[in-house]
Design a protein around this ligand. Structure first.
Ligand code: FAD
Length: 193
């Protein structure tokens, strides 16, 4: 069993929807799936999304990284996927993150400025710039924001499927009303006997 790390860059094929705060909806869905799958496969890493481009970094068992990257490469939500790093590692360097997400933040803006880059275009990153990006993801302080985001998605999913108890408020009200009518009918029937 050997550990590897892998970084790639790609271009999103979807048109980013404007968001006041939080995560772009397409990216949000990708993150939700990634977190579920990566946790099961013991993969850790991070995802950057900005200027309609992705930079993703993964660490884990070689087989699992390859299996996941195989699925990622077949995904039509992005194209022009370029592998930037793929090599063995001694140990994982991200802890407790099945997929850390960092939006195009001030850290990255500063990084781009330092390197004289106008836009976030990881496909053109040098090896040193890749390492710097990985460090930015690792050190990012956006953890809390993302935890909130996950709760929002979960809440929204529950809203569309019902509530935490499995019933929407209208259905719950209907069921209670039906139960009250039934009890009333039984009492009335009982009084007739
Ligand atoms: P499925 O059951 O196939 O799908 C899960 C959800 O994703 C469903 O809600 C489905 O509607 C939605 N979905 C799948 N494909 C599409 C599509 N083409 N367009 C719109 N919605 C779609 N997966 C990982 O497991 N780990 C990762 O780290 C990871 N990183 C990704 C990074 C990027 C930039 C992108 C674009 C995708 C990434 N994915 C990742 C997703 C991956 O490409 C596969 O979609 C996913 O792994 C399929 O997993 P599944 O079979 O469990 O889910």
């Amino acid at each position: 069993m050997s550990l590897i790390r892998l970084a790639y860059a790609s271009e999103a094929t979807f048109e980013a929807q404007p968001v006041d705060k939080g995560v772009e909806p397409h990216v949000a869905r990708i993150l939700l799936t990634s977190r579920n799958n990566n946790a099961k496969a013991h993969l850790v890493g991070g995802l950057y999304y900005g200027d309609n481009r992705f930079f993703q970094y993964l660490e884990g068992e070689e087989d699992e990284v390859h299996k996941t990257f195989g699925r990622i490469k077949r995904d039509d939500r992005h194209r022009n996927i370029i592998t930037l790093i793929e090599e063995p590692i001694e140990a994982r360097t991200f802890s407790n993150w099945s997929m850390k997400y960092v939006p195009l933040s001030s850290d990255v803006r500063q990084f781009l400025q330092r390197h004289g880059l106008d836009t976030f275009n990881p496909q053109a990153f040098s090896a040193d710039q890749c390492e710097e990006m990985i460090g930015l993801i690792r050190d990012s302080r956006h953890d809390q924001k993302l935890a909130n985001y996950d709760e929002t998605v979960t809440r929204n999913t529950q809203k569309t499927r019902g509530t935490t108890s499995g019933f929407s408020p209208a259905l719950r009200f209907g069921l209670i009303a039906a139960a009250v009518c039934l009890v009333g009918a039984l009492i009335y029937a009982g009084s007739l006997l």
